[in-house]
Design a protein. Structure first.
Length: 662
């Protein structure tokens, strides 16, 4: 076998290939054979051919090959982009007819055109249709027929590697068969010249290896050989010819000729028009002859025009009737088998956020954070689980560290059908512990509002469509409190021997100075200290950083409990958990679920009671009841000294640091 350039791989520059691809596409469009595709921003897709195989590994010198290939283009590929299968120099084309790669529904994915290169080799240039713009993961298979290029594959057989732009396919080719030598001795006599023939019908492509695709009209050359013999046929003789669906007759091309005998070189001449009548239209013709003389052979030729280029097979039927006897002949022109398929995926997605709504307004704000570990479930329009475009059942998903989630690779839906995302409350119990759904459908921006429990997508009818607005906001719970005490030593610091004051009423207001509602929407009522002097406002919404709650003592409602007392010095010492505020106290930042500020404490003392007049007694003091056992109102102090011994107090535990309540 002789190989060009020692079998070196054929290489062409990208610009040359792109120019060839555009030219091939233009030729095909002009011929009306492929869909016109935009080439304004056309690009050549590299390495789109992913595999090449031949139907055998060993071939005879004159055999044809079925060449199969696989292909794939990236999702960035677009209408008008091209990719190329370059035949190695050892192979040449059988049919240059263009063909189309279609999906299972018949949609065109890529149009294929053969392109002859300057070196005589051939490429197949594939031009992507708009299918590439509406599908992802586009790819498929294809096949063509090829034959050995005998200007390269000459006389020597043997192994060779066919190089398809880096894809090597090894094959073995038999040596060229030895020619049959001419007969020189004792040769048989030549066959006699035929003196008769039966009805015959034949066809041929008017454009050769393009197989009826290069021109818009007159694609097939048809020939009808009427019967003839040594006796002839008496008239009238009827000849009826009709093409099958997919092609028509060009009546202007009908020619009727006659010749005497079938010997090689017999002269053909036009049949005298006075001997026949012809009735012809696109669907067929009817020819009436006066006779066929002895040793006369009449032939009818005409051109057919293909009307359905996708048909691939073009049949024709002729009937010859003489002396009441009819004979028929059917012939079909069949294009060389080549073609393939393409496919892609159309998918949509939904998502995408679960967040902590710190300002309880139902609208996502920039400073608010997502909630990690929330499990969500997807269902389809029928309420059943969804199967992805890859064929797998779509399982639950969980929000990431930023609170985002996504269900991707979902089938496109018809208009009016929707996906539904639902929070799996059981699986999300830990992530959402203590949280309550925020206000739903707040504001006019679907992309920033919240749903409760489940959310339904918009229409997702095109590839790549997405609805990232299926969001869920939650309000965290915080608490503030928690102590009002009798500051016996008047130092503004909670001592271990000092006790709480019961019955003190406190009010809560928000950052705007207005009353507050719980995360459940219930107005927060005033709190009253218990027997140990503690109080607590809980189930409060979280607040953005910089915004605070304020607790205020209701002087009127607490008059009996605090009769005769005054507030202790505020902010004494460095321990905020042990100091005192005056009539009101402001919390710190409470942005996170479960945050609490239990340092909003208030100390009170009796101004007329000396701190050194508190001897320890082994018996509890008997004090007038004021709502706080063991602490007397000022009126009870008049006229004598009340001894407040440590044993006489139901002491509350002094906190040395904020403690979380559970």
């Amino acid at each position: 076998m002789t190989l060009p350039l020692s079998g070196a791989r054929r290489v062409r520059s990208r610009s040359v290939r792109l120019a060839a691809a555009l030219l091939a596409a233009a030729v095909a469009v002009l011929a009306g054979l492929v869909l016109p595709t935009s080439a304004a921003h056309a690009a050549e897709v590299p390495s789109a051919i992913t595999g090449v195989t031949l139907d055998k590994t060993s071939y005879g010198y004159n055999e044809r090959q079925k060449l199969a290939f696989t292909w794939s283009v990236p999702d960035s590929a677009s209408v008008g982009d091209t990719f190329t299968l370059a035949l190695p120099p050892e192979l040449t084309v059988v049919s240059q007819a263009p063909f189309v790669l279609r999906d299972a529904a018949g949609a065109a994915v890529a149009d294929a055109v053969w392109q002859k290169q300057a070196d005589g080799s051939y490429d197949i240039v594939f031009t992507l249709t708009g299918y590439a713009d509406t599908h992802d993961h586009v790819g498929g298979t294809g096949f063509v027929s090829t034959q050995w290029n005998h200007s390269v594959v000459t006389t020597t057989g043997g192994p060779v590697n066919l190089d398809f732009d880096g894809i090597a396919v090894p094959v073995t080719i038999d040596p060229k068969p030895a020619p049959t030598p001419p007969c020189t001795e004792n040769c048989p006599p030549p066959p006699p010249v035929a003196t008769s023939r039966s009805l015959g019908k034949s066809g041929g492509w008017a454009d050769g290896s393009f197989e009826g695709t290069r021109d818009a009209n007159d694609n097939i050359n048809w020939s009808v050989a009427l019967p003839g013999n040594t006796t002839g046929y008496a008239g009238p003789i009827d000849v009826a010819d009709a093409p099958a669906a997919g092609s028509t007759i060009d009546c202007g091309t009908v020619k009727i000729t006659t010749q005497d005998g079938l010997a090689s070189g017999a002269i053909k001449s036009a049949l005298d028009p006075s001997r026949y009548t012809l009735d012809c239209d696109a669907a067929g013709f009817d020819l009436t002859l006066d006779r066929i003389a002895a040793d006369e052979f009449v032939t009818v030729t005409y051109k057919g025009t293909i009307t359905d280029q996708d048909a691939g097979r073009f049949g024709n039927h002729v009937a010859f009737t003489a002396a009441g006897v009819t004979s028929t002949k059917d012939t079909t022109m069949v294009r060389t088998s080549q073609g393939g398929d393409g496919a892609g995926m159309q998918s949509v997605s939904v998502g995408d956020y679960v967040w902590l709504d710190t300002d309880h307004d139902g609208v996502q704000d920039g400073a608010e954070r997502g909630i990690r570990g929330v499990t969500l479930v997807l269902t389809g329009p029928d309420g059943a689980p969804v199967t992805s475009v890859s064929g797998a059942v779509v399982g639950p998903t969980t929000t990431d560290a930023s609170g985002h989630y996504s269900f991707a690779g979902l089938p496109v839906l018809a208009a009016g059908q929707h996906y539904t995302v639902t929070i799996d409350a059981s699986a999300s119990a830990q992530a959402l512990a203590g949280l309550t759904p925020t206000v739903a459908a707040a504001g006019a921006d679907r992309g920033r509002d919240s749903s409760t429990g489940s959310a339904t997508s918009i229409d997702l009818t095109t590839n790549g469509a997405s609805d990232p607005t299926l969001d869920f906001g939650f309000v965290g719970k915080v608490s503030v409190g928690d102590y009002v005490w009798f500051d016996a030593d008047k130092d503004g610091v909670q001592g271990t021997d000092e006790r709480g004051i019961a019955g003190v009423t406190l009010d809560l207001t928000g950052p705007d100075g207005e009353p507050v509602a719980t995360v459940g929407g219930t107005p927060v009522a005033p709190a009253v200290t218990d027997a140990q002097g503690h109080y607590l406002f809980e189930d409060l919404p979280t607040l953005p950083a910089g915004q605070h709650y304020t607790v205020t003592i209701d002087g009127a409602a607490s008059a009996a409990a605090l009769a005769g007392m005054v507030t202790s010095p505020e902010h004494a010492g460095a321990d905020t958990a042990a100091d005192s505020s005056t009539a009101s106290a402001e919390s710190g930042d409470l942005p996170g679920n479960g945050d609490e500020n239990l340092t909003l404490d208030f100390g009170f003392y009796l101004p007329d009671l000396p701190t050194d007049a508190l001897p320890v007694s082994s018996e509890p003091a008997q004090l007038a009841h004021t709502g706080v056992d063991g602490v007397a109102p000022a009126a009870a102090l008049a006229g004598g000294l009340i001894v407040l011994g440590m044993a006489g107090f139901a002491l509350s535990r002094r906190r040395t640091a904020p403690e979380r309540r559970h």
